[in-house]
Design a protein around this ligand. Structure first.
Ligand code: ADP
Ligand code: MG
Length: 556
C-alpha cells in the first residue's frame, strides 16, 4: 500500500489529480500505521489526509468530529463521491443507528463519523472491538485542550482510544493550535512517537487591518460601497447584533442577511445555502457561522466586535480568500468590547478564567500592536516570521516612533511603587491621578507618581503599556489579577538610562481626502460604475417594499 494507491484514490473518489503540499507526506505516515498530528490552516485540506488512507487501508476508519452538522455535510459529500460513509450521533433514531451498525458488521462501511459523546457511550468500545478498525481520525483535535478555544471535556476521554486499541494508528487534525494546544494534543491522546506535520499558518493573501471601533457603522458602509458584489461575513458578538446590523444594511440597499444558532435548523440551512450560492452578499453572523463551510470566494471578513482570542480571530478570517485571491480582514477594536468580553469569559471556573483572560489580553495586544500584524500572529502560533509582511495596515502606514523613555519610566516607577501588584488599568489611574476607591484605599494617592501623567489620555497610556509589554520591558502576570511585573529590561530603563522607543499612530485620512484618492486610483469608467451603483442602492433603499433579499447573480 503506498502513495501510488493513494493517488488513485484521490483521483477516483475526490477527482483531484494532485495532492496539495504536505498531504502526501501525511498520508504516507498514516499508511505506515504511525500516529500523526496535522496542523494545517482551515481550508488547507485536512479531510483528505484521513479520508484517503481510510479508503486505502483495509477495515473501517472511525472519525471523531465535534459538530453534528459538520458530520452530516462530510458524510453526504462522501456518499456523493461514491464512498460508503455513515455517521452515528445522538440526533438519530435508534433504527437509523442500527442500520449503520449493521453496515459496519457487514464490512460495507468504510468511513464512520461519530460524535465524542457517542464514542464514549456505554457499549460502544465493545462494538468497535468486534470490527476491523484501520484508523482513528480525531478532527478539530484542539477541542482536547483547555487552552484551546473550543474545549470539549468529552475529548479528554479520547485517551482511551490508545489504551483500548494500541495497535490502531491515530491521526489528530486541527487548524488552531498554538504551542500549548499542540502539546496537549500529543500528551492527552497518548500518541506513540507521533510525527507532527505543520503547514504554514500564514495566509499571505489576506490583508489584515484593525480600526478603532468608535464609528464602525460608518466605516462598514464605506467599506461595502467600495466592494459591490463581493461576498463577505461580518462577525458580531451577539445574535441580536447580527439581526439589527443586517436590517440596517438592508435599509441602505445592501444585500445582507443574518445567521446565528437561535435560528431553526431549517432557516440556518436556507440562509447558508443562499450565501453559498452568492444570493446573499453580506452575512451578519455569530461565530456559529462558518465552521466547515466551504465557500472559496469570500472576499472579506469583518469583525464587528473583538473576538475572544487570536485562535478564533484567525479561524474566522481564514474563511476569507480560500481561493488564494486577495481578501481582506477588518477588525474593529474598542475597550468597551474588551470589557464586555471580560464579563463573558469570567463566567467559567477560576483556572479557565485565568486562561481566557490571558488569551483575551493577547487578542487585545494584537489589536493595539504597532508592529506587523502578521508577524505578531505567526509568532503567536509558534511560527518563525522575521520579515514585515507588507500586507497589513501597519506595513501600509507605519506608525511614527519617538523617544518615549520618560513616559516608560513613569509607567515603570508606578509599577515598582505599587510593588508589582496592580493591573494596567490601575497603573493608568495612578498616572492620571484618578481618585477612586482603589487608589485611595491603598494610599496610592500618596505616591510620587500619582498624577505624574495627567496630560496623556488614558487610551494612550494603555497603548504605551502594551507597547512596553510587547517589547519585554513589562510583563503581565497571567493570573486573575493580571498585575504588571517588572523585568530585567525594566531595571535597565529605570536605573541605567536605557532608551525606549514608543510609537504614535497617524490620524486616519479625513473621509473626503480618502474618497479623492480612491477616485484618482480608478479609471473614469470605473468611477462612473461605482457612482451608478451608489445611485441604484439609494433607489433600492427608498423603495417602499424592499424584498427581503435583493438577488444579484452576477458575481464577477
Ligand atoms: P480543512 O478541513 O483543512 O479546513 P478541507 O478538508 O475541508 O479543509 O478541504 C478544503 C477544500 O480543499 C475542500 O474543498 C477540498 O475538497 C479541497 N482539497 C483538498 N485536497 C485537495 C487537493 N489535493 N486538490 C484540490 N483540492 C483539494
Ligand atoms: Mg476540516
Amino acid at each position: 500500500m503506498g502513495v501510488k494507491e493513494a493517488r488513485e484514490v484521490l483521483k477516483q473518489f475526490f477527482g483531484y489529480d494532485q495532492f496539495r503540499p504536505g498531504q502526501e507526506d501525511i498520508i504516507g505516515n498514516v499508511l505506515a500505521k504511525r500516529d500523526t498530528v496535522v496542523l494545517m490552516p482551515t481550508g488547507g485540506g485536512k479531510s483528505v489526509c484521513y479520508q484517503v488512507p481510510g479508503l486505502v487501508l483495509p477495515g473501517l476508519c472511525v472519525v471523531v468530529s465535534p459538530l453534528i452538522a459538520l458530520m452530516k455535510d462530510q458524510v453526504e459529500a462522501l456518499l456523493a463521491n461514491g464512498v460508503n460513509a455513515g455517521y452515528l450521533n445522538s440526533s438519530q433514531a435508534a433504527k437509523e443507528q442500527q442500520l449503520i451498525e449493521q453496515q459496519c458488521f457487514d464490512g460495507r462501511l468504510k468511513m464512520l463519523y461519530v460524535s465524542p459523546e457517542k464514542l464514549l457511550s456505554a457499549g460502544f468500545f465493545s462494538f468497535l472491538k468486534r470490527l476491523e478498525i484501520s484508523l482513528f481520525a480525531i478532527d478539530e483535535a484542539h477541542c482536547i485542550s483547555a487552552w484551546g478555544h473550543d474545549f470539549r471535556p468529552e475529548y479528554l476521554q479520547l485517551k482511551n482510544l490508545k489504551l483500548q486499541f494500541p495497535e490502531v494508528p491515530i491521526i489528530a487534525l486541527t487548524a488552531t493550535a498554538d504551542r500549548l494546544t499542540q502539546k496537549d494534543i500529543l500528551t492527552q491522546l497518548y500518541l506513540q512517537n507521533p510525527r507532527v506535520f505543520i503547514s504554514s499558518f500564514d495566509r499571505p493573501n489576506i490583508h489584515l487591518q484593525v480600526q478603532p471601533g468608535q464609528k464602525r457603522m460608518e466605516a462598514i458602509l464605506d467599506f461595502l460601497e467600495e466592494r459591490p458584489f463581493q461576498p463577505g461575513i461580518i462577525y458580531c458578538l451577539s445574535r441580536k447584533a447580527t439581526e439589527s446590523l443586517a436590517a440596517k444594511l438592508k435599509e441602505k440597499g445592501f444585500n445582507a442577511d443574518y445567521y446565528h444558532a437561535g435560528l431553526s435548523a431549517k432557516d440556518r440551512d436556507k440562509v447558508q445555502e443562499k450565501f453559498l450560492q452568492d444570493n446573499i452578499q453580506i452575512m451578519c453572523a455569530t461565530i456559529a457561522f462558518g465552521m466547515g463551510i466551504d465557500k472559496s470566494n469570500v472576499r472579506w471578513v469583518i469583525h464587528y466586535n473583538l473576538p475572544k482570542n487570536l485562535e478564533s480571530y484567525y479561524q474566522e478570517i481564514g474563511r476569507g480568500g480560500r481561493d488564494g485571491a486577495p481578501a481582506e480582514a477588518l477588525l474593529f477594536y474598542s475597550l468597551a468590547d474588551v470589557m464586555t468580553l471580560r464579563d463573558i469569559v469570567t463566567q467559567g471556573d477560576n483556572k479557565e478564567q485565568a486562561l481566557s483572560l490571558a488569551k483575551l489580553d493577547r487578542m487585545q495586544q494584537f489589536a493595539e500592536s504597532t508592529s506587523c500584524r502578521r508577524k505578531t500572529l505567526m509568532h503567536y502560533f509558534g511560527e518563525e516570521f522575521d520579515r514585515d509582511c507588507g500586507n497589513c495596515d501597519i506595513c501600509d502606514n507605519p506608525p511614527t516612533s519617538f523617544n518615549g523613555t520618560e513616559l516608560a519610566q513613569k509607567i515603570l516607577s508606578a509599577v515598582a511603587r505599587t510593588k508589582e501588584t496592580v493591573a494596567s488599568a490601575q497603573v493608568v489611574d495612578i498616572l492620571r491621578g484618578s481618585r477612586n476607591q482603589l487608589t485611595i484605599s491603598r494610599g496610592y494617592d500618596q505616591l510620587k507618581t500619582f498624577g505624574a501623567g495627567r496630560e496623556v489620555p488614558s487610551q494612550d497610556w494603555q497603548r504605551y503599556i502594551h507597547q512596553l509589554i510587547n517589547q519585554g520591558i513589562l510583563e503581565v502576570a497571567y493570573d486573575e489579577h493580571g498585575a504588571l511585573k517588572l523585568t530585567n529590561a525594566s531595571q535597565e530603563v529605570l536605573f541605567r538610562g536605557k532608551k525606549v522607543e514608543l510609537v504614535k499612530f497617524q490620524a486616519p485620512l479625513p473621509k473626503e481626502e480618502k474618497e479623492k484618492r480612491q477616485k484618482k486610483s480608478r479609471s473614469g469608467v470605473e468611477n462612473a460604475l461605482f457612482e451608478h451603483l451608489r445611485q441604484l442602492r439609494k433607489q433600492l433603499a427608498n423603495e417602499r417594499n424592499i424584498p427581503p433579499y435583493v438577488v444579484f447573480t452576477d458575481n464577477t
